[in-house]
Write a protein that binds this ligand. Structure first.
Ligand code: SF4
Length: 368
C-alpha cells in the first residue's frame, strides 16, 4: 500500500501517529520518505548549512555492572583489564581537545559501582577550574548508578552534578525505549520510563540533552514507533532534547547474534524519525557506525548535523565500527554533499561558518 497519504499529512504540518510510523517502517518507499524528511529538516534549517562540533569522547572507566548483551566495551568490576583513568590523563585529553579548537567533552563510561558520587563532582570541579569547556557527559545509566551509590534522589544527583560543572546530558543508552527489548538486551539498564525520567529531570534542573536510538536488536516496528512517541511526548512536556541521534547496532565482537542493519534501513529509520519528531530541531548523522558515505547521504534524509569529531570513541570501536573521521574529512564530506560546513557548540549555536572561505578552511585543516 502506498504511504502517500501519511507523507501528505506530514507535509501539511499534521503530526503522524504511531500507526502511521509503523506503516512507514513497513514500506519500501525509502526515497519518498527521505524526501519529506528532507523538507521537514529544511523547515527548521532553511540555510544549506551542516554543523559539526569539535569534541572528544573520554571513556573514563570500563568497569561496569550492567552487563548489556550487546556491549564489547565493559569489564566486570575487579576484572584485570578494567580501568579508571587518572584525573591527570583526563586533563591531558581535555587540553589536547582545546588545542584543536574543541569545545565539548563527552565523558562516558560503565556503571562503575566502586566510584563514589564525590568522584564525579570533584572531577567536574577540577575540570572547570582548569578549562573553559562544555561538559556534555554521562548517560542515564551512569546517573542512575550515582543515585544508587549516593543514596540521593535523582533530582539531587543531577542538581549537584550541574552545580559541579556538568552542562548537558548526551542521552546515551536509550537503545530502544521499550521494556520488552530492553529486558532482552540490557536487563539491568533500567526501564524506558527511567531513561525518560532522567532526561526530563536534567532539564528541570537546567540541563538540555540529546536523545539517541539504536535499531537492529530484533525490535518490532511497533517498538521503534513507540520509541519515537516517547521521545516526542517528553519533548512536548519539557523541551529537554536539543537533538536526536539514531544509529544501528554493530553486532561484530559482541555476544549477540543479529543481522547488521543495512544502510537503507538506517536511512529509512532516520527519515521516519525526522518526520515523527516534529518538535526536535536537530538531527545528527551517524557516520561513526554507518561510514562517511552513508553519513553524507544522511544529510538529504533529515540530518542537519554531522555530529562530533569524536577524537576517541572506544565503546563503538570496541564493537568493530572503525570508520574514523577527522575534522578535515568532515569538512570535505559536508562540502561534497553540497552543504556549507559550520562549527557549532553543544547548544547548536554556530561558532564558525566555512562559507567559501577556502583560506580559513585551509588554515583550519592545517592547524588540525
Ligand atoms: S553499554 Fe554501557 S551500561 Fe551497558 S555494559 Fe556497556 S558500558 Fe555498561
Amino acid at each position: 500500500m502506498s504511504v502517500d497519504h501519511i507523507l501528505e499529512k506530514a507535509r501539511s504540518g499534521e503530526r503522524i501517529s504511531v500507526e502511521d510510523a509503523i506503516e512507514l517502517y513497513e514500506s519500501n518507499e525509502v526515497e519518498k520518505i527521505g524526501e519529506v524528511a528532507n523538507e521537514m529538516m529544511q523547515k527548521w534549517h532553511p540555510e544549506p548549512i551542516t554543523t559539526f562540533v569539535i569534541g572528544r569522547n573520554i571513556n573514563y572507566t570500563n568497569f561496569c555492572d550492567t552487563y548489556c548483551r550487546f556491549c564489547a566495551f565493559y569489564r566486570p568490576p575487579g576484572h584485570e583489564d578494567g580501568y579508571v583513568l587518572d584525573n591527570d590523563v583526563i586533563f591531558q585529553k581535555i587540553q589536547e581537545t582545546k588545542d584543536v579548537d574543541g569545545t565539548e567533552i563527552l565523558m562516558q563510561g560503565g556503571t562503575n559501582p566502586d566510584l563514589p558520587f564525590e568522584y564525579y563532582t570533584n572531577l567536574l570541579r577540577e575540570i572547570k577550574k582548569r578549562f573553559d569547556i562544555t561538559m556534555h557527559s554521562f548517560s542515564p545509566a551512569e546517573i542512575w548508578k550515582m543515585v544508587e551509590v549516593s543514596g540521593l534522589s535523582l533530582e539531587e544527583v543531577l542538581t549537584e552534578l550541574h552545580e559541579a560543572g556538568l552542562d548537558s546530558l548526551p542521552g546515551g543508552g536509550a537503545e530502544i525505549l521499550d521494556n520488552r527489548t530492553r529486558k532482552r538486551i540490557s536487563r539491568l539498564k533500567g526501564t524506558w520510563e527511567e531513561w525518560i525520567e532522567c532526561m526530563k529531570t536534567a532539564k528541570k534542573v537546567g540541563m538540555h540533552g540529546t536523545a539517541t536510538m539504536v535499531i537492529g536488536f530484533g525490535e518490532t516496528m511497533e517498538e521503534r514507533a513507540l520509541h519515537l512517541k516517547r521521545v516526542r511526548d517528553a519533548q512536548d512536556e519539557t523541551g529537554c532534547f536539543l537533538a536526536f541521534i539514531p544509529w544501528t547496532f554493530q553486532p561484530d565482537n559482541t555476544n549477540m547474534k543479529a543481522e547488521k542493519v543495512t544502510p537503507e534501513e538506517y536511512l529509512k529509520n532516520l527519515a521516519i524519525s525526522r518526520i515523527f519528531l516534529d518538535n526536535v530541531p536537530n538531527f545528527q548523522s551517524s557516520w561513526v557506525t554507518m561510514g562517511p558515505e552513508v553519513g553524507k547521504k544522511s544529510l538529504t534524509y533529515g540530518c542537519n548535523d554531522f555530529g562530533s569529531t569524536m577524537i576517541e570513541e572506544n565503546v563503538v570501536s570496541a564493537a568493530g565500527a572503525t570508520h574514523k573521521v577527522d575534522t578535515n574529512l568532515i569538512l570535505r564530506l559536508i562540502r561534497e554533499a553540497g552543504k556549507t560546513p559550520a562549527q557549532r557548540d553543544t547548544k547548536y549555536n554556530t561558532l564558525r561558518v566555512f562559507e567559501g572561505d577556502e583560506k580559513a578552511a585551509k588554515d583550519f585543516i592545517m592547524q588540525n
